[in-house]
Design a protein around this ligand. Sequence first.
Ligand code: NAD
Ligand code: ISE
Length: 340
Amino acid sequence: MTLQVGVIGTGMIGQDHIRRLTQVLSGVEIVAVSDIDRDRAKASAPGTAEVFDTPEALVATDRVQAVVICSWGPAHEAQLLACIAAGKPVFCEKPMVTSEAAALKVMEAEVAFGRRLVQVGFMRRFDADYRRLKAVIDGGSLGAPLLYHSVHRNASVPEGLYTSEMPLNDTLVHDADISRWLLGDEVTGVEVRVPRRSTRGKDLRDPVFVLLHMASGALVDVEISVNIAYGYDIRGEVSCEAGIASLPNRPATVVSDRHGIRQAIPEDWRERFIEAYDQEFREWIAAAGSGTATGPSTWDGYAATLVADAALRAAASGGLERIAMREKPALYRAAAAEAA
Ligand code: NAD
Ligand code: ISE
């Protein structure tokens, strides 16, 4: 069976996901697109896909069986709620939403529906390097994880569109999610330090140094730099009781010439995580075809939103900002047990 998909938001990542859904993966067809910029939607529409004037009309049409949301974060809440109301599986790019109140609304709607429909775009969980790192930690040979060092560097971010809050409520959500997943833990508190600013960051708070306090007592430090020029560099190292486990440096085309030996560094997330996005959608297509979702859930989107909110408070207060999570609904407890 071919899954008929509608894509909302046809900007940078929307176009990249349209490419993989039409040129890389099978069992899927894009039948509809929508963007507030109608011309962009029209230019990105593959084959015979219909261009819809509103996301609501795209979600409502019978032709669309499942939805991919790639619009800006603040637009996700209404679009997710429309998909849940229509009972349609939906892949939503991170951040799932941009406030705790919105996360709770989406979670309550999905719980009331009674089945998982939402998959959040935390693609690192589908990356082979991160999966191998998790297997080592879960295997237990190194003992308990005590510290995780996460480095998240972007060569640049779009000026004007990427605002001062975004290192903490748009970029940090990846590190928050992968820390919870790798360590099998929850974040209970957040501290933020803002060092000397990079002059390349203009008005941005850049870089930032974040400390996540985990329920087990483990600590996670995160460097976020969003204008570091030299490339897109993602690193991770877990210090455990009896050893360390790290992500490899990659990708690693080695160039040797008269200037010496150099390794290429990815330009941005599209290159670094290309296989992870492919795998994330492979698994989504299979789940959505059965009317549900897999991987990062609304609960995970909610957890990341709480970290983002706490990080913004911590940047303002300079202190440790605590996080209080709701009790995990049975819908997500069941999903976690299946994934284990
Ligand atoms: P972008 O600005 O290039 O594209 C966003 C598109 O959404 C634009 O075309 C815009 O017109 C459209 N849009 C905005 N609001 C809309 C609405 N209400 N209805 C319909 N269309 C709307 O941004 P982008 O870089 O493609 O990012 C889009 C989303 O994907 C963001 O949430 C971002 O955080 C996320 N993202 C995730 C990753 C990842 O690694 N998982 C990477 C990049 C972006
Ligand atoms: C972007 O939206 C992403 O999600 C990338 O993975 C991240 O590295 C980048 O900082 C964000 O702006």
